[in-house]
Design a protein around this ligand. Sequence first.
Ligand code: ADP
Ligand code: ZN
Ligand code: ZN
Length: 744
Amino acid sequence: MFASVLINTTAKKLNKVFDYIVPKDMEDILQIGDRVWVPFGKGENLSEGYVEGFKEKSEFANKEIAKIEDSILSKKNVELARLMADKYFCNVQDCIKLMLPPGQATKNLSRRTREKTARFVYLALPREIIQNDLAEGKIKSEKHQRLLSFLLDNDGIDVSDLEAITEVSKSVMKTIEKNGYIKFEYEKIERNPLSHKKRKKDNKLVLTEEQQDAFDQISFMIDNDEYAQFLIHGVTGSGKTEIYLQLIEKVLEKGKNAMVLVPEISLTPQIIDRFIARFDEPIAVLHSRLSDGERLDEWTKIKEGRARIVIGARSAIFAPMENLGILIIDEAHDGSYKSDMQPRYNAKDLAKYIASENNIPLVLGSATPDIVDYYKAQNGDINLITLTKRANNSKLPEVKIVDMRQEIAIGNRSMFSLELQDAIAENLKNKKQTILFINRRGFSTFVMCRDCGEALKCPNCNISLTYHSFENKLKCHYCGHEERVPDICPNCGSKKIKYFGSGTQKVENEISKLFSEATTIRMDIDTVSKKNSHEEILNRFKEEKIDILIGTQMVAKGHHFPNVTLVGIVAADGSLNIGDYRAEERTFQTITQVSGRAGREKDKGKVFIQTYNPDNYAIVCSSKNDFKTFYDGELHLRKSLNYPPFCDIILIRVHSKFENKVHNISSRIYNELLKQKDNNLYVFKPVPSPIDKIQNTYRWRIVVKGRLNKKAIKTINSALKPIYDENLNKDVTIVVDSNPNSMM
Ligand code: ADP
Ligand code: ZN
Ligand code: ZN
């Protein structure tokens, strides 16, 4: 008998499988997924590998498998890894790594996993020095500037959160560390992530008619052991979580287990609490704020069948949970389900695969569905369930758009409009709570006119140009168009053209000036820097009745504060100009989510959206809670410009220290792609990336638009094959990212 073995090499040749002879004494015990040692390459060296399959014949096998190391992986794991390697154009080893016990990756990978334990990032120099170096242009790289500016407001933040928010990779952070600006600190964390929780029992609620209908449809699939994908589009507070809880109860009664994915940043204590309060069955929690030790404990608990429910962020999709009965993805529109690191997988795709393999329902839930998911629902690929009412009969808040251009016109230079100031005063008087929200995404990277609200856009792509301070240029992240920053607004001629952004600290200072009697609490990334402080802040806000919660994206999701009746969106425009075709979608989502925090119980809520773009349809539709109109408009636009869901966007990045190699390999890949004559794909010419040089590494990229179907995957893999085969990619990194979160 022969076994094909995936060798654990970091070699650039992707995913080569080699045949080995299975020694007689191993024949009965060796299984697919087993980790083995095999002779590989010159000399007596043994390499690690994984058994991928068995065969009766092999023309190539001439050496024997030397030793079985362990059998942690299953056949299913290996199949999934294989599928991912193909679909996400990556090394199969990187996929396997995701399925191994945390902190126990194989030799070649162990160094990388250990790095993950660098948990918190702090400024290593006094703020003044860093501010000064930034101001004097001593920090050249745009990424370094971005990261440091962010840390100035959010010192001491979890490294993964920092990466997710600033889109600066951990390897770049390493360089900034080397330059002496930041330091990583390891903080010891207790092993049971749920141990501090007090358990308060709670009983299931009688479902509303809409909830019951949703429950019944999904329940039907559970009864019949059938796969189906559902999208629950329910307004904020419509009781989606209650539906999940009751579906899970049903699955548990059936003797099966449940998996729930929630976004990384909003893996809120409140969500976990609701599960703990409802179920006696053991729950495992997996997310990046756990230590390696904790994560290993949770992983083992699942592997040994001691957990019935797993709740986790993106990578929890790889949790070794057997006997699954349902898979739920909450806030399914959230960008964190797509990985920005190798392998660049999308947990939603994998969930679909796993659900259909297991014949179980996959439930996506959102108040603001992803345009692509909703499009699939419209086409019948996903079953759409709509919840139009809040479950506890509270009314949706009254929303008002405030035109900040008018405020400037009447001489109000404060960050708060007069109306919002009045509403805050009123709320303070009535002892009600207020949330003030700042949209931090893409802060100060775009240029906008303060008089007419116009952001500068690319003439070719209709996407906001991104400001690159070092070169003082505006660039398009899609087609590579660039231009100088104009002195006057091309739309209205005003000189009040500036970079945008305001921080939570600024808001807090201004509040204390305007309302000295108000108690405030800030919740931005620095509050999650300490274990559980995220939770403490939310609890303090709730229980101590602190008047005003000031925060970024984190305050937007999932929370339920009965006493909050006012939400002020201080600057709604932040995400309108992120240099991405999803800018409007992100804006709609964020505003709707934040607005949904207001008036969730008896007292009706009020929301003020402050903006320089009061006519923008994302803002107008979100103010009316009108997803359908927004969706129709957005879809129309996407169709005319050919953006997803009408195509996929595949980004091929080529990076190297050698400028000529970047050019050569980029144009070689481009030509290979053209040679494939796949007319389903439109291949743009290679251009420098928006940030075209970082730390002496040149960065180019090729944008490909088209359907990423089996044929396209084959086309791209075939185009890359000669490059790998001829070893042309020495000193060059090639990364393929489909539908990336960011075009940087
Ligand atoms: P969503 O997840 O859609 O935002 P939640 O599940 O958090 O909504 O529900 C919002 C509020 O409504 C919660 O306070 C919840 O306890 C309450 N709720 C949910 N379902 C019901 C129900 N059937 N009857 C009464 N209250 C409900
Ligand atoms: Zn203007
Ligand atoms: Zn463009």
